[in-house]
Design a protein around this ligand. Structure first.
Ligand SMILES: *[C@@H]1O[C@H](CO)[C@@H](O)[C@H](O)[C@H]1NC(C)=O
Ligand SMILES: *[C@@H]1O[C@H](CO)[C@@H](O)[C@H](O)[C@H]1NC(C)=O
Length: 416
């Protein structure tokens, strides 16, 4: 075979091109992509949510500015893949709590539903946009993880699996090694919850995981399949973080159907849970007779909840109406509706969280279908006002990050 000059040139060019391609480092948990021109050093905190992209799950990080508004800062590789349950549209995981920050522990945990793993990060308290991966993502020992919960001091967390192999599993936080499995904390729900990976939903799926206020109980909410009501599964948590072998199955009060996002009712050993079938449930963990199911008129699917320590009220979102409903729960655990704030119709308002910024409370609501975050100022009971909106799609597409409104999920706040 004779080499022509052209062939030689082509071969040399190819060699040059190959050697010019940089070593393709596999991105791992913690790899950062900055958004253009967004670095701010005066952050009062940060909000975090998941792209939940099936190819590469990213944590989208926005700074909370001194006035409570948001600025998209960066995308941090969550270290795994996202997933989507078998249903169209936003709320891919049928869950609350897919990403969760602990203020006390200065840590952040995020699920990778398509990889069956959970990732742990430390949060730089001086600059909360800076996340550092703690160890590698670890197996959840189940399928389709959808929700995480920290204990009060952020030294332990538990994850909820919502797929075919469903249930809970807990870890202690090691600031060097990352999540360390806690003995006797892997507990299945599969006898009571038959589903697939990914599950068909939202009916008949797991929703959210939460510690009771005293940390002595771990609670999971499960949606029913109409006409059958869902339930709460409650494990006892021992001092070493291990869980009781069996859970107590607690039904919502009569009328409750699809228990979803939960919030602790402070000082009451009780939980407020949204209920996509009616509005919200109040669950007394000590005395069933004080539990109740409460209607929100005109609701379509009330699914996410958060509590404001400034107003003393709960705020719940509805994916169907884009209304945020403010709920007061009195000393006798009686719930009443205080008011409603209408966000953009059709924007599919899903996960929310509340943060205190310079003495003022703000609700951060993921409007998934509008690829934006709505900020609501909560100045006093009954006074909730739209304050500002963060656009997610512009800055992410400019930075080459793939966002799908149907995949976006989760919302958690860290304030300095
Ligand atoms: C967990 O259990 C194993 C086996 O029983 C034991 O060797 C180990 O010390 C336990 N770990 C902790 C942290 O208790
Ligand atoms: C999302 O937006 C599309 C197009 O505007 C609309 O057809 C759809 O109903 C919206 N979905 C939700 C859940 O609001």
């Amino acid at each position: 075979m004779k080499f022509s000059a052209a062939l030689l040139t082509a071969v040399l060019t190819a060699v040059t091109v190959v050697s010019a391609v940089p070593f393709q480092r596999r991105a791992g948990a913690g790899a950062v992509r900055k958004m253009a021109g967004t670095t701010r050093l005066d952050a009062a905190g940060a909000v975090y949510l998941l792209s939940n992209d099936p190819n590469e799950n990213q944590i989208l990080v926005a700074t909370i500015n001194a006035d409570g508004s948001l600025n998209l800062d960066s995308a941090v590789d969550a270290g795994g893949r996202g997933s989507h349950g078998k249903a169209d549209g936003p709320d891919a995981l049928f869950s609350q709590g897919s990403i969760k920050a602990s203020k006390k522990g200065k840590v952040l945990a995020a699920v990778n539903p398509g990889s069956d793993t959970v990732s742990l990060f430390s949060i730089n308290a001086k600059n909360p946009t800076k996340l550092t991966a703690l160890g590698d993502p670890v197996s959840t020992e189940g399928e389709f993880p959808i929700s995480v919960a920290f204990n009060a001091d952020g030294t332990r967390f538990c994850v909820l699996n919502g797929g075919r192999v469903n249930g809970v599993n807990c870890y202690s936080v090691d600031k060097k090694l990352g999540p360390l499995a806690i003995n006797n904390s892997l507990r299945l729900l599969t006898d009571k919850l038959k589903t697939d990976t990914p599950p068909a939903g939202p009916a008949g799926t797991a929703s959210h995981i939460l510690f009771s206020e005293d940390g002595k109980q771990l609670i999971v909410s499960v949606k029913g399949t109409p006409p059958n009501a869902g339930f709460f599964a409650v494990w006892d948590v021992a001092a070493d973080g291990s869980l009781s072998a069996d859970f107590k199955q607690v039904a919502p009060a009569k009328g409750g159907l699809l228990p979803f996002g939960m919030s602790v009712i402070p000082g009451k050993n009780a939980i407020l849970a949204t209920d996509a079938g009616i509005g919200f449930d109040v669950l007394d963990l000590a005395d069933d007779s004080k539990s109740s199911a409460n209607a929100i008129d005109g609701q379509v699917a009330t699914c996410w909840s958060a509590f404001s320590s400034k107003t003393g009220n709960f705020y719940v979102t509805d994916i169907g109406t884009s209304a945020v409903t403010e709920v007061h729960v009195d000393d006798n655990l009686k719930g009443t509706i205080v008011g409603q704030t209408l966000l953009t119709p059709g924007s599919a308002t899903i996960d929310l969280d509340i943060g205190t910024v310079n003495g003022r409370d703000f609700a951060y609501v993921l409007a998934a279908n509008a690829t934006s975050v709505d900020v609501i100022a909560l100045d006093s009971p009954g006074l909730a006002e739209r304050f500002s909106t963060l656009d997610i799609s512009g800055p992410t597409s400019a930075a080459g990050i793939s966002i799908n409104p149907n995949n976006l999920q989760g919302m958690t706040v860290f304030t300095v």
